[in-house]
Write a protein of this length. Structure first.
Lengths: 117, 107
């Protein structure tokens, strides 16, 4: 059974770059797209973007200028970088098997990232 | 972007009640709709895909229907463990978008 686990700093300073990694176990990254989704406390879900194992990306236009996703197949990991963060980027960040080309049936447990000085 | 709306935003029902949530898309999304259940502090869990297909392992009291712009999610007999927020999500067009959620609790 495929499992996903987010990792990265829980606190980021304003104007700096948020970096998270998702490690996939129990299966391969290959042949799927992989998504990042975020959720501010008490609010709804926002799709950030997705990446294929060949590095093809699609980003939400609302974040496109600040988002970079990458994939490291040899380590079964993919990553998210969000630059120039503000308090509005404080949220729980989830990685998941993509829900555009796949069913969106596998999600990580989420990683809370706070933006504060 | 395709906008997703849900109603109601919250509801209270008794154990055993039939619960219905509606989701509307701002444009035709065919049947490219997921329904998720999210419990506090947990990741969303896929319940229904392609608008009406029950995900493996999900109890049959959950069901979905609809196509085009109007969709319905139903819990045929509400159970205490169904207390959660439910989200619809379209995957017809990028960017993927979610409804604002419907919070379900026990009366």
């Amino acid at each position: 059974q495929v499992q996903l686990q987010e990792s990265g700093p829980g606190l980021v300073k304003p104007s700096e770059t948020l970096s998270l990694t998702c490690t996939v176990s129990g299966g391969s990254l290959s042949n799927y797209y992989w998504s990042w989704i975020r959720q501010p406390a008490g609010k709804g879900l926002e799709w950030i973007g997705h990446i294929s194992t060949t590095g093809t990306t699609n980003y939400n236009p609302s974040l496109r200028n600040r988002v970079t996703m990458s994939v490291g197949t040899s380590k079964n990991q993919f990553s998210l970088r969000l630059s120039s963060v503000t308090a509005a980027d404080t949220a729980t960040y989830y990685c998941a098997r993509d829900m555009f080309y796949s069913k969106g049936d596998c999600w990580g447990q989420g990683s809370l990232v706070s933006v504060s000085s | 972007d395709i906008q997703m709306t849900q109603s109601p935003s919250s509801l209270s029902a008794s154990v055993g009640d039939r619960v219905t949530i509606t989701c509307q898309a701002s444009q035709d999304i065919s049947n490219y709709l997921n329904w998720y259940q999210q419990k506090p502090g947990k990741a969303p869990k896929l319940l229904i895909y392609d608008a009406s297909n029950l995900e493996s392992g999900v109890p049959s009291r959950f069901s979905g229907s609809g196509s085009g712009t109007d969709f319905t999610f139903t819990i045929s007999s509400l159970q205490p463990e169904d207390i959660a927020t439910y989200y619809c999500q379209q995957y017809n067009t990028l960017p993927l978008t979610f409804g604002p959620g419907t919070k379900v609790d026990i009366k």
